[in-house]
Design a protein around this ligand. Sequence first.
Ligand SMILES: [Zn+2]
Length: 365
Amino acid sequence: MISVLRRFVICESPSLEKAAADRCCGVIASEWKKRDVRVERVVKKERGDLLRLTWWPDKSRPQGQLLVLGHYDTVYASGTLAKMPFRVSGGKVYGPGTFDMKAGIVQALFALEALQKSGRSLRKRVVFLWTSDEEIGSEASYKLIKFEAKRSDAVFVLEPAFGPRGLLKTERKGVGEAEIVAHGRASHAGLAPEQGVNAIEELAQQISRIHQWRDLGRGTTVAACLIDGGTRTNVIPERARAVLDLRALRIADMRRLEQRLRALRPTLPGARLEIRGGFSRPPLEGKISAALFTRAKALATQMGFVLSGCSVGGGSDGNFTAALGVPTLDGLGAVGDGAHSAREHVIAGSMPARAALLAALLMNC
Ligand SMILES: [Zn+2]
């Protein structure tokens, strides 16, 4: 497993560099080709190509489909390997994209191999879909993700597990971004302050209002994380802008938050507001993952390990499939730590058990 992971990691695949991502797509495809599956490369113009692998060994018609979902793109630009090389040390495998989430792809590959070697037949066809732009919002791949999810009875997402115990992600917050632009009227701050409408003041009032919407107990947060405005100290500012991070654990809360944003009105006479954006990934609600999680826990117990779940604030492509109402279980990938940082690594010893868990789920769903 480590030598396959090495091949995937030493071929860097930044979301924003198509040529590099395509090379990695080819390396991953060649590993799957060795394993008797149908390999399709879905060509993308601006992003790395998507990889769809279909496995259905029997002659009879499958009674449904299972989707195994993940991404091979990483947040690291080409050249990162020079400072952050692939290495194995103390039972940990380090390198860009090991944990998030190339080890997950390796685990899926070995789960498939285990199923093939077992000779047991499956009731459902299995589609593995590896995308190229999850780290930048999945604009190029979400249509295919949704298409395959709609045809599936369950979706298994091989994003990293959480923490050293490898918790599955049974709930994920929905994630969004909104922009508020306040328009005022410029004027000399000393000679004609009464003629000005201060866009920064307007925006500040809106931000303190928005801050009240936060409900940590329900998992709803809204935070102004970027702000700019004004030109010089003696000019009443004409324009100010804030970018907000939006999160919600429930679809109803997401909708409420979006409505409240749209309903904002200016507080200063003569000011005007422009509001854009909203949620790009809806929440993965606990009820969507519950049945699959119960099954996964039971299978893990049979295999001799304890599996737990958790709720996380970040989104993944599992959020899209869950929002369609398709049962989705996320965080089935690698156990490790340090995603998106120089410490990124996978616990090598955990990989076989996680691959076995996925195989067991595919056999029992
Ligand atoms: Zn990821």
